[in-house]
Design a protein around this ligand. Structure first.
Ligand SMILES: [Zn+2]
Length: 270
């Protein structure tokens, strides 16, 4: 099976289901931590009943691909969370509507401080306006940073001066989740051990502990084998970029070559 194909993605979801993982959206998880102590008390080596998976999708570009992963999840009875950027290569109303109609959560993948080149009041205005735009499609309750590796600005720095909670946002996964309980995986760099080449999409300190515990995998089939053998921690947040998951050969090959080239550049930035 080709890696980063939809076939491979579906197979990973089936393995997670077989292993007893229950799926939460980001908003559901944020609430469950507040409301249900049985979930928040589940430590990494917890009993099967605690197995929890959150699927976070960053729709950086090619939103039609996200409609495909959303359909696969929907067919398996899974709800995931899709974060859209405001830029035209992500922000496609018909895709947002279709994904929301399948019961998935929609969130805002913000990069406003980067867009405003560090101007805080302008970034806050952009953020408020863009959030209002996405709320015309879905009652957005969670937001998540877009890493923008080439930008000198980390858009999360906006929260040193402004509070997203004042706009009714209940969670930003990078800032509000407790990674002593929640294991983080991302396909950044088109690999599952992309923390080595990621500029901002990683969890500092905890990633070092996970490395020490050998909780790292490179390919999706290695990750799936870990799920089947019970090696994956009980609570996981899995981030994917659906633009790179495709069954069509030409886009698949383009993504493979492009990401290998990008990883070389990003390794220099890190
Ligand atoms: Zn992104």
């Amino acid at each position: 099976m080709r890696d980063f194909s939809l076939l491979q993605y579906r197979s990973l979801l089936l393995d997670l289901q077989q292993a007893g993982y229950r799926f939460f959206t980001v908003a559901q998880y944020a609430r469950s931590v507040d409301d249900a102590p049985n979930v928040s008390s589940c430590l990494p080596a917890a009993p099967d009943a605690c197995r929890t998976a959150i699927l976070r999708h960053d729709v950086d570009l090619l939103p039609e691909n996200s409609v495909r992963t959303a359909q696969i999840e929907h067919d398996l009875g899974i709800r995931a969370t899709y974060y859209f950027r405001i830029v035209p290569e992500s922000n496609r109303p018909e895709c947002i509507r279709r994904i929301a109609a399948m019961g998935h959560e929609i969130g805002y993948h913000y990069e406003d401080l980067s867009t405003a080149r560090g101007n805080l009041s302008e970034a806050w205005r952009f953020f408020s306006d863009n959030l209002a735009w996405f709320r015309t499609f879905y009652p957005v309750e969670t937001v998540c940073m877009h890493g923008a590796p080439r930008s000198g600005f980390d858009s999360r720095d906006l929260w040193k001066h402004y509070d997203y909670r004042s706009l009714g946002i209940i969670a930003e996964p990078y800032l509000d989740f407790d990674y002593s309980r929640l294991f983080y995986l991302t396909d950044t760099g088109r690999r599952w051990d992309g923390y080595k080449v990621s500029v901002r999409d990683k969890i500092p300190v905890w990633q070092d502990r996970w490395n020490e515990a050998a909780l790292t995998w490179h390919t999706t089939s290695q990750l799936a084998a870990a799920v089947r053998s019970g090696r994956l921690p009980a609570q996981v947040l899995v981030t994917t970029h659906p633009q790179r998951w495709t069954d069509s050969f030409v886009p698949w090959m383009r993504e493979l070559l492009l990401q290998n080239a990008k990883n070389i550049v990003k390794r220099l930035l890190v």
